[in-house]
Design a binder for this molecule. Structure first.
Ligand SMILES: Nc1ncnc2c1ncn2[C@@H]1O[C@H](COP(=O)(O)OP(=O)(O)OP(=O)(O)O)[C@@H](O)[C@H]1O
Length: 319
């Protein structure tokens, strides 16, 4: 063993051996010294901890051992209210809080988290890419609402850049959206669906309310997975129904009047024919599959508009 003498870096006098693992005061110059790089004074640690928790008093929701301050209302659905929130503490982080309505069945959000966790854990081809394009749950728990009543809360990672749902887009437009935009929206959803379907999943509720749009990236995020099922033995019927529901969602944003998904005359015939068949023939949808449908949409779009090109999309058109 090599003998080791610890010297005070300030005055050069010998230090006790304990300086290897704790803070000692040099008996000659009074400096506080330690050899360890991990040690923090208890008082400094305590002060830093208090600083990191300074935002807790403003936080209104507690879940999974963390506290969150709601920042903005994002939307209201059949079973919950959605809010943008920030985690309080030393490392703030934007999240989406899904807060169950009082009458929502207990455990619904816990089920949604379990499904999202399974989707994230699936190790299918393309998982590294597609798991980033599916909602990610952080925690589930319950927290007292403004009325003092306990509500189930699901914390989700905040997917940046998403403007709102396709239902919100249709409302903001006040008329049918340009079919060229419907094409990329339809194809984006089909890409993610092809991945989820390959794992045996079906979403079951592909309404415009469950499709969030990212205008800048031409992206679409599928939300509302609480009704999703994994079935491998029904010959793809559930997946075919997903494709049919999606076609109706596209009809809704291409309809001239809200709530009446009659295909607008402005929709080019190749797309209108595809929409018609996809929304009425579940067996054909199941046989084609999401990838086959994606190619069919691409083919119809090429016939209608020529080669694909990027066109800026604004969810709130000025005219
Ligand atoms: N990350 C988000 N960013 C912006 N808006 C969102 C986000 N998540 C949800 N919303 C809005 O909130 C609405 C309701 O969300 P969601 O469909 O998850 O709730 P729900 O219908 O109560 O739940 P579920 O579909 O599980 O029954 C959506 O239609 C959308 O307008």
């Amino acid at each position: 063993m090599t003998p080791l003498t610890l010297l005070c870096p300030q005055c050069g006098s010998a230090l006790p051996r304990q300086a290897l693992w704790r803070i000692v005061s040099c008996t000659y110059c009074g400096a506080d010294v330690t050899h360890s790089e991990d040690l923090v004074r208890a008082a400094d640690f305590h002060d830093a901890y208090l600083r990191s928790r300074a935002g807790d008093s403003e936080a209104d929701i507690a879940c999974g051992g963390q506290r969150y301050k709601t920042i903005a209302h994002l939307g209201t659905g059949a079973s919950a209210t959605l809010a943008l929130a920030e985690r309080s503490g030393a490392m703030p982080r934007r999240v989406v809080l899904k807060i169950a309505h009082a009458e929502t069945q207990a455990g619904q959000l816990a089920r949604e988290k379990a499904i999202l966790d399974q989707l994230q854990a699936d190790d299918l081809p393309g998982a590294a890419y597609f798991t980033q394009r599916l909602p990610q749950a952080v925690a589930v728990g319950s927290s007292a609402g403004a009325d003092g009543q306990l509500r189930e809360v699901l914390v989700l990672r905040h997917p940046t850049g998403f403007w709102g749902s396709l239902a919100d887009v249709r409302l903001a437009y006040g008329r049918a959206i340009d079919a060229r935009h419907a094409v990329w929206m339809w194809r984006r959803v089909l890409e993610v669906l092809a991945y989820a379907h390959s794992g045996g999943w079906s979403h079951g509720r592909l309404a415009p309310e469950h499709l969030l749009v990212h205008p800048a990236d031409h992206g679409v995020l599928i939300i509302g997975w609480s009704g999703a099922r994994r079935s491998r033995h029904d010959g793809g019927a559930a997946q075919g129904r997903d494709l049919m529901q999606l076609a109706w969602a596209m009809r809704a944003i291409l309809a001239d009047a809200p709530g009446e998904p009659a295909i607008s005359r402005a929709t080019p015939p190749p797309l209108a024919r595809l929409l018609e068949r996809a929304s009425l023939d579940p067996a054909w949808c199941a046989a084609l599959g999401a990838e086959g449908m994606r190619q069919a949409v691409g083919g119809a779009a090429k016939e209608a508009f020529g080669p694909a090109r990027f066109i800026d999309f604004s969810p709130t058109p000025s005219n």
